[in-house]
Structures are given as C-alpha cells and as structure tokens.
Unconditional design. Structure first.
Length: 155
C-alpha cells in the first residue's frame, strides 16, 4: 500500500512539474485566451474578414472566420497548433478544408505583438490539392494578410 502511494505521488508531482515548465514559456495570459480580430489584405489594406482565434493551454489553436460561408470560397473552421517564438511572440499553423471542390489550406499566423489584451500579426494563406502534404513545401500562396485583435472578456 505504501509503495502504491509513493508511486502515485511521484506521478502526480511529475505531471504538475511538466505543466509548470510548459507555462514558463508562454507570453503572459495568452494560453486559454480568445481574440476577436479584424483581418485586412496586406497589399491593399482592404477589409477581408473578422475572426475568433483561441489559443488553448495545450498549444492547440481553433479559428472561426466570418468569410467561411462565402460568397467566394466556402471553407471549414481551422484547427492547428501554436508555439512561442524567440521574440516573445507566437507562431501558429492551422488547416482548413474548402468546399465544394475539395482542397486544403494552410494558414500560417505570426503574432508579432502580444500586449495586454491586444494582438497584432500577419497571416499567410497557402492552398494545396486535397491529396498533397500541407505541412511540406509547395502549395500556392493565395493571400497575405494583417490582423489586429482584442482579447474577449466577460464584463
């Protein structure tokens, strides 16, 4: 019984230690935050869409975009992963699927500023055939965008 308790206690301490180490590399308050953003074309400055970006504590990212339903291209929500970058920003990579012609898009995010409740960054949108490897090289860059956003809060 004592041995079981010691092993169990050791496992709990190891798990908590991993969580503490993971949190050390995060910009203050970013994990578990959702941001409402405005996205604009990087070349023209024209409005493109609004989105909700959630950076989860497990380093997954979920994005819902106002342009998903068209009128141009129809596409799914985005899912992916994020990491902190050396300059205290965040880089993320997500994927989504286009409809009705099956395709896959890679969306690369670079959060250049994370300050208080504000975020600023860039997005590169690259499309691939549905059978291609979107994590590899290749694909066709179809857009470069800028985004600004605010953390979603509860009053």
């Amino acid at each position: 019984m004592k041995r079981t308790f010691v092993v169990l206690a050791g496992c709990i301490l190891a798990y908590c230690g991993c969580l503490a180490l993971q949190a050390q590399n995060l910009p203050a308050g970013i994990a578990g935050s959702t941001y409402i953003t405005t996205i604009s074309d990087a070349n023209t400055g024209a409005f493109s869409s609004r989105s909700l970006i959630t950076l989860h504590g497990d380093h997954s990212i979920a994005v819902v975009d106002s342009a998903q339903g068209g009128p141009g291209v129809l596409f799914s929500s985005q899912r992916g992963a994020w990491v902190t970058s050396p300059n205290a920003g965040v880089t993320a990579r997500t994927f989504d699927f286009s409809f009705p012609n099956a395709g896959i898009a890679r969306v690369d995010y670079n959060f250049t500023t994370i300050s208080g409740s504000q975020v600023v960054g860039t997005i590169t949108l690259t499309v691939f055939p549905i059978t291609a490897d979107p994590q590899g090289s290749g694909g066709t860059v179809v857009g470069n965008f800028n985004f600004t956003g605010q953390r979603v809060t509860v009053p």
